[in-house]
Ligand binder design. Structure first.
Ligand code: DGL
Length: 252
């Protein structure tokens, strides 16, 4: 059942999608938001497509019963790549906005050497990435980073540790890249590290502003400006608090 002023549901496997929630709350503060982190299924990066789709449907169904959201933002590139079409089919009474790696803006900006950082599942299943791969004007490198989302999740406040791990991952690409696409919402938190590793002329793209814009266009305005953050693994609540504090006070 859709109610007037009903909240917008934003979902991810952990802290990644909070960066989209933050963008939404800044641009559209009057709406109400429910954020759900599916830590029981995290990380999504290497799980089977069938499992991720099942989780998405079950979680949305459960949250729908309780909160009756007007729409859902899949604030996760992996879950979008694997499951957005099935979610749209099952929940056809709601708007569904997905998150995709912002590779098109990089191509349109004429970037020649584009490095896409994403989870294995996003690289395998993302439609936008397979379309972009056919573009002959750019040289696109897809770097799949199996454990990076979990590393960020568990060490979000330890930039020194993350920096040393990330430097090793991207060392071969540092001097061969003029644009980096953050194809996972968890990677938003390492933007300051990437900025410090690449030279200042390397642009870093993410899809958050686009997702917020699309959501705002589809949403019915109004609410009390409430934000509720929930998870199925309370012990991970501290990660969510820490990430929100970074978004509010330090910026990414
Ligand atoms: N934040 C996610 C994404 O954008 C999920 C990462 C994961 O759970 O592996 O892909």
């Amino acid at each position: 059942m859709k109610r007037k002023n009903s909240p917008i549901l934003v979902i991810d496997s952990g802290v990644g999608g909070l960066s989209i929630l933050y963008e939404l709350a800044i641009k559209n503060p009057k709406n109400d938001y429910i954020y759900f982190a599916d830590y029981n299924a995290a990380p999504f990066g290497q799980k089977s497509a069938t499992y991720i789709r099942k989780r998405l449907i079950e979680n949305i169904r459960l949250l729908d019963k309780k909160y009756h959201p007007q729409g859902v933002v899949i604030a996760c590139n992996t879950a979008t790549a694997v499951g957005v079409s099935v979610v749209r089919r099952v929940f056809c009474d709601k708007f569904i906005v997905g998150t995709e790696p912002a590779i098109m803006p990089a191509i349109r900006a004429g970037k020649k050497n584009i490095l896409v950082l994403a989870t294995p599942n996003t690289i395998k299943h993302s439609k936008i990435l397979s379309i972009a791969a056919e573009d002959t004007s750019s040289n696109i490198t897809f770097l799949s980073l199996p454990n990076l989302a979990s590393l960020i999740e568990d060490n979000i406040d330890d930039l020194a540790l993350l920096r040393s791990i990330i430097r090793a991952y991207i060392a071969p690409y540092i001097h061969k890249t003029d644009a980096v696409v953050l194809g996972c919402t968890h990677y938003i938190y390492i933007r300051p590290i990437l900025k410090s590793l690449f030279t200042s002329d390397v642009s870093i793209y993410d899809g958050n502003a686009g997702v917020a814009q699309q959501t705002i266009k589809k949403a019915t305005r109004g609410g009390e400006g409430r934000i509720d953050v929930i998870t199925n693994m309370p012990s991970k609540g501290v990660n969510l608090v820490c990430a929100w504090d970074i978004l509010l006070n330090k910026g990414v």
